[in-house]
Design a protein around this ligand. Structure first.
Ligand code: FAD
Ligand code: GLY
Length: 365
């Protein structure tokens, strides 16, 4: 057995690449293996929103972790630019979560009062909303404005993390499938791949929605399921929206270069990445009811991706209880881009034997 690596990572999405980057920064010899290309799956499909208040609320176990992760972005963007030369298109453009009815407004005001204890938030009445975003439809009952929520290019972020990791010494093998583990007693000592076996002290499975099918080789039942999301993008010649506009069934994200990204459908229990007319039609109706000018925008493209969800509703990040030398980082569902920086740090801590069971440690950072 020839051991060349300290840590092997299965999966070159944003989670695997973030872990590879953090471990490489700490001087670990890392091998990352990806079946397709880096960022070929969910991490390419993502809208790149960094929304702490929009999908997670004060009561969510992920809330503080997400806030810490979002707050890492401005430094990470600079670091990645310096090491990889790539810009991840990070912008702190703010997010407005809309209430379409008085009832939704009441719920959002509650979210606002909890959020206000820890961050800058502002409740916008329909009148103030039309000053902030004059092109929004008048049929909204108000909105919660979170100035610090921003967005990135999820594709460029993932690629930059991968590139930065490799500049720091990580080896990355694309178009290589990991199909089994090499076991000695109760320890995982290696992986079997389509280009041969590799050995390391530690193996981390970060295979997104496909993690479970690999972990089955170890007779591990892992409670995850895929959730397909479809999106489309358009181009506008003049700015029709400044901030990200979010509702529970649709969002509009302004991107660099006059692009608007509109997402996303939710179709659980399928790995089918085709784009359906019904999904797009529904999204278009929802989006134009919020921002009527979208109807006149130039069509760009549509795509779909598969989110990794867990039945418990939050990601698994840590060591396997059954196998020594094995860790798992998946199940980030709708927030993998937001949570990628902190996941990289947490998993590097796990590998270095630091106690990370308490999320609180990160809440304070
Ligand atoms: P993936 O990106 O799917 O990567 C897993 C990788 O592992 C894949 O490339 C796969 O090929 C590889 N792999 C799996 N098994 C093997 C194997 N056996 N051998 C080799 N390679 C393997 N999150 C946000 O925070 N903000 C957003 O705005 C946002 N928008 C989204 C919009 C859509 C439409 C979708 C679908 C998701 C969105 N998300 C968003 C969620 C986010 O994209 C995911 O949580 C995140 O990308 C998951 O990253 P991952 O690395 O776990 O998975
Ligand atoms: N977080 C947005 C999405 O998953 O669609």
């Amino acid at each position: 057995m020839v051991k060349l690596y300290d840590v092997m990572i299965v999966g070159g999405g944003v989670i695997g690449c973030s872990i590879a980057y953090q471990l490489s920064k700490r001087g670990k010899k890392v091998l990352l293996i990806e079946r397709n290309q880096l960022a070929g799956k969910a991490s390419k499909a993502a809208a790149g929103m960094l929304g702490v208040q929009t999908e997670l609320h004060g009561g969510s176990p992920l809330y503080h972790l997400a806030m810490a992760s979002r707050n890492m972005y401005s430094t990470l963007a600079e670091e990645l630019k310096e090491i990889s030369g790539m810009a991840i298109e990070y912008v702190e453009n703010g997010m407005i979560k809309l209430a379409k009815t008085e009832e939704e407004a009441k719920d959002l005001l509650e979210v606002a009062s909890i959020a206000a204890k820890e961050e800058q938030v502002e409740w916008l009445s329909p009148g103030s909303l039309s000053i902030y975003e004059p092109h929004l439809s008048k049929v909204v009952a108000g909105g919660l404005y979170i100035p610090k929520d921003g967005n990135v290019s999820a594709l460029k972020l993932t690629q930059a993390l991968g590139l930065a990791a490799s500049r720091l010494g990580a080896e990355i093998k694309e178009f290589t499938d990991v199909y089994d583990f090499i076991i000695e007693g109760s320890r995982i000592t290696g992986i079997q791949t389509t280009i041969g076996p590799f050995y390391a002290d530690e193996t981390i499975v970060a295979g997104g929605a496909w993690s479970q099918s690999l972990l089955k080789q170890l007779n591990m039942t892992f409670d995850t399921y895929p959730v397909k999301g479809e999106c489309f993008s358009v181009k506008v010649s003049r700015k029709v929206v400044e901030r990200t506009i979010f509702t529970d069934d649709c969002y509009i994200v302004p991107k660099i270069g006059g692009r608007l990204l509109i997402g996303a459908t939710e179709k659980p229990h399928t790995f089918d990445e085709t784009i359906s007319v019904d999904g797009l039609l529904n999204l278009m109706q929802l989006a134009t009811s919020i921002l009527p000018d979208l109807a006149y925008a130039e069509w760009e493209k549509a795509w779909a991706g598969i989110r990794p969800q867990t039945y418990q509703g939050f990601p698994f990040m840590g060591r396997s209880e059954e196998w020594d030398g094995l860790s798992i980082a998946t199940g980030h569902y709708r927030n993998g881009i937001l949570l990628a920086p902190i996941t990289g740090v947490m998993m590097a801590d796990v590998i270095e034997g630091k106690d990370t069971h308490s999320i609180n440690e990160y809440e304070r950072s």
